[in-house]
Structures are given as structure tokens and as C-alpha cells.
Design a protein around this ligand. Structure first.
Ligand SMILES: [Zn+2]
Length: 351
């Protein structure tokens, strides 16, 4: 359960206690059930929604793939989901905590997978791309980000995180959704609006018939969704994409919207939250700009960016987020960068 259920300023949580993982469902609107699955990481849960289609369910996202998660899903289908099958899996974005079991539902239950093209292509590519040792490009990217020698050695020696370890194989075939589509789910028509920044081509769903928004990780209440740059695309500008997406989605937001996100608690107060999600990054960029009066690497910017100490469990996410912010300043012409003797890019404010 969340340690703190106090909502951020301007937000309200209609339900302050989440459902128990796998064994409970909370009906947050007629025919819309909220379930939770555990994650073995610092962010220890993911939200999943089941939409009633009469004789079957459409589910939004799935959690990681594991033996235990499959057993929990079997319990959920037999228990709170009343024995009806899952016939359609709608996935908001390609991250493993969301798409993890989609392939399993397709293969084992004949379910249809609905998602964006980028989500499907990225997830399928990553499930097929098993690495026993860290790729040279990843190690080079870490060094350029300012990772210290000890951690770099550890990354070199250990088997890296593999997407396929926590995502079930994805069979061929899915149904594409894109910006401007309307999809019928749970007795409602939903407009599809595409987010970006946290994950490329991230789907969100806005009900035309009531006040529901299914937001995945594009919009979360009490944590700022991670926005990171990775070795796969070192010159990506996800901060720019994040700001563009949030500014495009913000005018759709109404105070009475009940937002069903991928983590934490469903909430109301969306217009305020959109402002915060945008301003969080602007204020981070302002702090960084002040901090890089003298040249700094991404790892040296943790104290000003996060305003707390970063443990080893968070280091990877912190690093990609710090690179994203610095690279945004560089790519928008507010900072310069050069390779320091130790192999790290150091960024400095332009005057
Ligand atoms: Zn997530």
C-alpha cells in the first residue's frame, strides 16, 4: 500500500486504499474495475483496469510476466472478475510492467492485443533482443553520462536487465490504435490521444460518455513519470516530447475527470495535475541551468535534479533522467557540452 495517501495540492483521491494485489478489484465506475499487481522494484505495484464487455473483459495493461503473476491473474479471473475470460488486452505503452503478459493472454487465451504501432514494434524487438553481457554501446553511454568506475565495472561484469526476462513472448499480430481513433470499451466510446516522453507513442483514453480518463504512465498523481534517454537513441529529446504532449493534452482536462493511471491512486483535479507535470520539468531545467555554471556530468547533477540522495536501486532511472534534462538544454541551445578527460560529457550553461 502507498505509505502516503495525502494527495498533492489540488488533487483528490476518491479511494485511499488500493485493492490487494491480484485478489481484489474495486469498481471505480460502473463496469470499470481497478486491480493491482506487484512489481519487484522500488515502485512496487502497477494498476490494471478491467472493463466489462458483458460476456468477457477488456483489460488495460497487464503487469510483469512471471509464474506468480500468471497465477494471480488466474485467481483474479476466477474470483473478482467472475469467471469471464479476457478477450482483449489494451496496452498503453511498451514498458514491461504494462505489456508483460499481453503475449500470454494472446497465446493462452486467444485475446486480441490492441496498442500503438511504436509500442508493439518496440516491445517485440526488445523481447527478441537477449543480451548475456552489457552491450558496448550501453557501457559507452554510461561512461559518457558520468557513471563512476566501480559501477561501470559492475555493469560490465553482470548480466544486464533483459526485457524478455519479464515480458512474455509476443506472437505475430496486433490491432493498431493511433491519434484521433475512437475505441469502444466497457460500454463507452473513448477518444485515443497519444502521449510521448515517458514512452514513445503512449496511448491515453478519454471517455466521451462520462468523466473517465485512462492515462497509463503519461499522467500520474504523486510521482513524476520517468523521462529518460537511453543508449538506443542517445540524441533523443524526450523532455521536449514530454512537454509537447502535456501541453497538447492539458486543454482536454476537466476538474471532474477521474484519472485511472498506471501507478498510485485514481484521482480528480486533472487540470491542476497537468500544470504540475509541465512545471516540474521547467523548474528542474531552471535548477540545472543555474547548477551548470561550471561544467557537470549527468551523474553530478543528481543533488540539484532530485533534491534527495539516490540509492543504487534508483541509480539507473536517475541517470537516464538527468541525461534527458541536460541533453534538452544542450539541444535547445541553452548549454554547451564537451567530453571531459574521464570520458564523460560535461554540460555548461551558455551565457
Ligand atoms: Zn509503468
Amino acid at each position: 500500500m502507498d505509505a502516503a495517501v495525502k494527495a498533492p495540492e489540488g488533487l483528490r483521491y476518491p479511494h485511499d486504499t488500493p485493492p490487494a494485489a491480484g485478489s481484489e478489484a474495486i469498481e471505480v465506475a460502473p463496469g470499470v474495475h481497478w486491480l493491482r499487481f506487484s512489481l519487484p522494484m522500488k515502485l512496487d505495484h502497477v494498476n490494471v483496469y478491467a472493463l466489462d464487455e458483458g460476456d468477457h473483459w477488456t483489460i488495460i495493461d497487464t503487469g510483469f510476466a512471471s509464474k506468480k503473476a500468471k497465477a494471480l491473474w488466474q485467481d483474479a479471473m476466477a474470483g473478482p472478475l467472475g469467471g469471464k475470460p479476457v478477450r482483449r488486452v489494451v496496452v498503453t505503452h511498451h514498458h514491461p510492467d504494462h505489456i508483460g503478459l499481453a503475449g500470454w493472454f494472446q497465446t493462452e487465451m486467444g485475446a486480441e492485443l490492441v496498442t500503438t504501432r511504436t509500442s508493439w514494434l518496440t516491445a517485440r524487438m526488445l523481447t527478441l533482443d537477449t543480451q548475456e553481457v552489457a552491450a558496448a554501446e550501453s557501457l559507452s553511454f554510461y561512461r559518457k553520462s558520468g557513471m563512476g568506475d566501480a559501477l561501470l565495472e559492475k555493469c560490465r561484469a553482470e548480466r544486464p536487465f533483459n526485457f524478455a526476462d519479464v515480458v512474455a513472448p509476443l506472437p505475430l499480430g496486433y490491432t493498431r490504435i493511433q491519434q484521433g481513433d475512437t475505441i469502444r470499451m466497457g460500454g463507452r466510446d473513448w477518444d485515443v490521444h497519444i502521449g510521448n516522453g515517458h514512452a514513445p507513442e503512449h496511448a491515453t483514453f478519454w471517455s466521451r460518455d462520462d468523466n473517465l480518463v485512462i492515462a497509463g504512465d503519461q499522467i500520474l498523481p504523486s510521482i513524476s513519470p520517468n523521462v529518460g534517454v537511453y543508449a538506443t537513441e542517445p540524441m533523443a529529446d524526450p523532455i521536449g516530447e514530454w512537454l509537447e504532449a502535456c501541453e497538447r493534452l492539458a486543454p482536454l482536462a476537466r476538474p471532474e475527470h477521474l484519472v485511472l493511471g498506471g501507478h498510485k491512486l485514481p484521482f480528480t483535479g486533472l487540470p491542476k495535475r497537468m500544470e504540475q507535470l509541465i512545471e516540474n520539468h521547467h523548474s528542474a531545467l531552471r535548477r540545472l541551468l543555474a547548477y551548470i555554471e561550471t561544467p557537470k556530468s549527468a551523474s553530478e547533477c543528481f543533488p540539484t535534479l532530485f533534491k534527495r540522495s539516490i540509492g543504487e536501486a534508483e541509480y539507473g532511472l536517475a541517470l537516464v533522467e538527468s541525461v534527458a534534462h541536460l541533453s534538452h538544454l544542450y539541444q535547445t541551445g541553452l548549454a554547451t557540452r564537451q567530453l571531459r578527460e574521464d570520458g564523460a560529457w560535461v554540460y555548461q550553461r551558455k551565457d
